[in-house]
Design a protein around this ligand. Sequence first.
Ligand code: GDP
Ligand code: IMO
Ligand code: MG
Length: 442
Amino acid sequence: MANVIVIGAQWGDEGKGKITDLLSRSADVVARYQGGVNAGHTVVVQGQTFKLHLIPSGILYPNTECIIGSGTVIDPQVLIGEIDQLEELGISTKNLHISQTAHVTMPYHRLIDQASEDKRGKHKIGTTKRGIGPTYADKSERVGIRVIDLIDPDGLKQQLKWAVEYKNEIIHKLYNLPPLDPQEVIERYLAYADRLRPYVVDSSLKINEAARQRKNILFEGAQGTLLDLDHGTYPYVTSSNPIAGGACVGAGVGPTLIDRVIGVAKAYTTRVGEGPFPTELTDGIGKELGDRGAEFGTTTGRRRRCGWFDAVIGRYAVRINGLDCLAITKLDVLDELEEIKVCVGYEIDGEPCHHLPSSSRQFAKCQPVYKTVPGWQQSTADCRKLEDLPKQALDYLKFLAELMEVPIAIVSLGASRDQTIIVEDPIHGPKRALLDAQGLPV
Ligand code: GDP
Ligand code: IMO
Ligand code: MG
């Protein structure tokens, strides 16, 4: 048995949904531990596409328990929509469980997220406008409403009346928007509570009981390392902790339970929203990557900014998450390029900079130092073993693994489950064998 965390090693949208779905065949439990409906995880199975925002990507396996953990924030309307959509497609949600201590996104959170982004003008974050920041802010301010409050009708009526009146002051006085009707919000949320009540559990208890029974638990991160509130490219981050450490806090488990951490990274880099992005390509190649990779946000439909692979960020993700191995996705998107650049370091004002700067002003000054490698200019979409790959593609992967000093366990060459090379089973394969196999330092 092994308990594994799957995290995004870049700015989100690395393909965590695909990798989690793939690994879920060996998992008994899959738990989301942070984030909310800002996430959009795409899973493609036998030509059918599933876009998941809150429900863990293990839901497509009929016997896998799926848990939305305490560290998440739940928008009931979106969650119910997601449940209904899956049921309509014949996917049962009988194994879905929602933490009673997760916080609930309210209509005023969405309103405030949208209005504050508008008010910030050129200082905006470029959020998904799903109310994520304001929901987590209320949690920290200790005025949030949790799932346990949602499903207690009398308590909810009292709490919501006060909360809506309190938020109406902000909505009206600060943003000059029409106030919300407390009664309408109460009635709507009482109805959501009736729908969600059967799914509510003590999620930490459930996960820890599964661990005691020596079941395989997969912790599915949302967003990515550089969007982490504490360790990402602040202030252009989300309001939770997507990094591996966040899994323990958000799922309510001790660090001793975790056996392995897998980082998912694209073979290039993308970012949605504002903020510095040293390897961004604003030329034709950036557009080509975006078109070939269908780089449009799963949640908001926004075009993702594209750029070369950045090994400074990669090494940072290895450090912050304690990565054991990598899943490199979307290698196929590079198939047609004559040559490929990889950022091996930065320069600030002509001086070398080996580590990610903490200041966003400094980060904005970083000029990438590139190493150019040859492309392979042939399709990799049908490769199923490392030996099937063109030599230049294999060399590219080895180069990334050397730069990051961790082995690559999985290579993804397309959106569907089978378009994958499993170099070494990251759940059951021994760590040392993985490292030895690629001749990398232990
Ligand atoms: P997540 O948020 O990390 O789960 O990633 P998203 O689902 O938002 O974005 C990844 C996109 O790339 C999705 O549309 C996936 O179906 C797709 N995808 C995943 N892996 C691959 C791959 O190896 N090649 C290609 N071409 N597409 C992929
Ligand atoms: P998945 O799980 C990519 C980005 C937003 C914005 C910043 C803050 O699909 O990888 P927020 O709405 O969270 O307050 O926005 O974070 N962002 C994501 N970018 N993938 C995501 O999720 C993201 N979730 C949030 O674009 O820059
Ligand atoms: Mg996504």
